[in-house]
Design a protein around this ligand. Structure first.
Ligand SMILES: CC(=O)[C@@H](O)[C@H](O)COP(=O)(O)O
Ligand SMILES: NCC(=O)COP(=O)(O)O
Length: 248
């Protein structure tokens, strides 16, 4: 089955935050994305609320519940107590835990699963009690030992960090090397029973080769490249373009 598309609304929120005005509307663009066939919406609220604000989350939850039952809300972030409280208040279908430092400009690496085993096990048990599926941000070259440690935390899925692949847009040989390590790691993750998601710097152009290298891909969450594409094509057409690029 082709990967499902979750539209990350961080970049829309960042544009909105340039003014003390409610546009572009995060929920309005989320509605257009879901109407056009996106499977879900993703947010990565950061502690400084520089793009998604904590107050955006209930409106996104209500949009899905009231107008798109069956769509999924995916909330990403580092599991501080504040983040966990935000998640519990907004009941996402999926939580993606990311090992980000609050000062980080954007996510740039996956978890050290063994080194954070105690934290991850505790947090994942808590989130799963609340009914969420849990995915862990994962380096693209994670090996058997790393993925066994990920599995041992109780996580349902991993999300491959595809930033290094996205960075090879002008270097086809480097892109092939990145795809080869994702392919090798993805096969191991799948054999261990971990669901496979991916995200970071994915585009209409680089998505088809990723989908081929990771046939087990369940979901991609895409924000920056998708929002850039939407400036040119409009959100609805962009969502259709990305859905096709996922192999649909
Ligand atoms: C986990 C991940 O790769 C994305 O959520 C990315 O971190 C988006 O965050 P920013 O929009 O802050 O770059
Ligand atoms: N989980 C990755 C994500 O949501 C989107 O990241 P990006 O497309 O904004 O790089």
């Amino acid at each position: 089955m082709p990967a499902q598309l979750s539209v990350n609304l961080n970049a829309v929120a960042m544009l909105r935050n340039r003014r003390d005005l409610p546009w572009p509307s995060v929920t309005g663009l989320g509605r257009i994305a879901l109407e056009a066939g996106a499977h879900g919406l993703t947010v990565h609220p950061r502690p400084d609320q520089r793009h998604i604000r904590f107050s955006d989350l209930p409106a996104i939850r209500a949009l899905i519940d009231d107008e798109f039952p069956g769509a999924e809300f995916n909330i990403e972030g580092y599991p501080t107590e504040d983040f966990l409280a935000l998640v519990e208040a907004n009941e996402p279908e999926q939580v993606t835990l990311v090992p980000d430092d609050p000062a980080q400009a954007t996510s740039d690496h996956g978890w050290d699963f063994a080194g954070n085993a105690d934290l991850l096990k505790k947090v994942i048990a808590r989130l799963k009690k609340g009914g969420a599926r849990v995915s862990l941000f994962c380096d693209p070259d994670a090996d058997l030992a790393a993925l066994e440690a990920a599995k041992a935390t109780g996580a349902d899925r991993i999300e491959y960090y595809t930033g290094p692949y996205g960075g090879t847009y002008d270097d086809p040989a480097a892109a092939q090397r990145e795809l080869a390590r994702l392919e090798a790691s993805g096969r191991i993750a799948h054999d261990l029973g971990l669901g496979v998601n991916a995200g970071h710097d994915l585009t209409v152009d680089n998505m088809p080769a990723l989908a081929k290298a990771l046939p087990q891909l369940r979901e991609v969450s895409i924000g920056h490249g998708l929002t850039a594409d939407a400036l040119e094509h409009g959100m609805a057409e962009t969502v259709r373009r990305f859905i096709r690029a996922c192999g649909n």
